[in-house]
Unconditional design. Structure first.
Length: 190
């Protein structure tokens, strides 16, 4: 009998190590666990605890939000289980831009190249299928892993907002990075 928590969904975007699939509300217990995990939420800025009903309601509202957010479940192919979420939020359909995010909810999968793979799949999807002009990210300066991921997929430095975010008792800088469709297309030619 298959465990309800790890019931696989069909991939929407296929990768090598991971697939990106639709959010599966049968996995809402995992999303809640990840949102409350101190290590996972450290740079995500989840300041208040998540409960099961709130998380479920938030994901259900996403379906009706006019698609200002597109969130995927990150599915580990070999281990056959969901390990995080990734997607775009703050989508501006008029100006054709969006903020990209990835969150690996299972710390044992950190440092294995999964974040960069998820980000690359998203960048390709954002430019090829959603026809974005620009994809951007706002990353807290101490989050070196996310900064490396953004750079690996071609996002370039745009600005630093000094002492913008309060984390663990101190104000830290927020770094803004972006990639434009024309630069992404040029990188595909190489």
């Amino acid at each position: 009998m298959e465990d309800k928590e790890t019931k696989k969904v069909m991939p929407f975007i296929e990768g090598e190590i991971i697939d990106l699939g639709p959010i599966n509300l049968e996995h809402v217990n995992l999303y809640t666990k990840w949102g409350n995990d101190p290590e996972v939420r450290r740079y995500a800025r989840n300041m208040f605890p998540w409960n099961l009903e709130e998380v479920k309601k938030w994901f259900e509202q996403q379906k009706e939000s006019g698609k200002r957010d597109v969130t995927f479940e990150i599915w580990h192919k070999k281990d056959k289980k969901p390990i995080g979420t990734a997607g775009f939020d703050s989508i501006n359909w008029l100006d054709r831009n969006a903020n990209i995010f990835t969150s690996i909810g299972e710390p044992e999968y950190w440092g294995q190249g999964i974040g960069p793979e998820a980000a690359k799949l998203l960048v390709d999807y954002g430019f090829e299928e959603l026809n974005f002009h620009k994809i951007h990210a706002c990353i807290n300066a101490p989050n070196k892993r996310s900064l490396r991921t953004a750079e690996k997929v071609g996002l370039k430095f745009e600005a630093t907002l000094k002492e913008q975010v309060y984390i663990e008792g101190e104000y830290v800088d927020e770094v803004k990075l972006a990639i434009f469709k024309k630069d992404w297309l040029n990188s595909k030619k190489i």
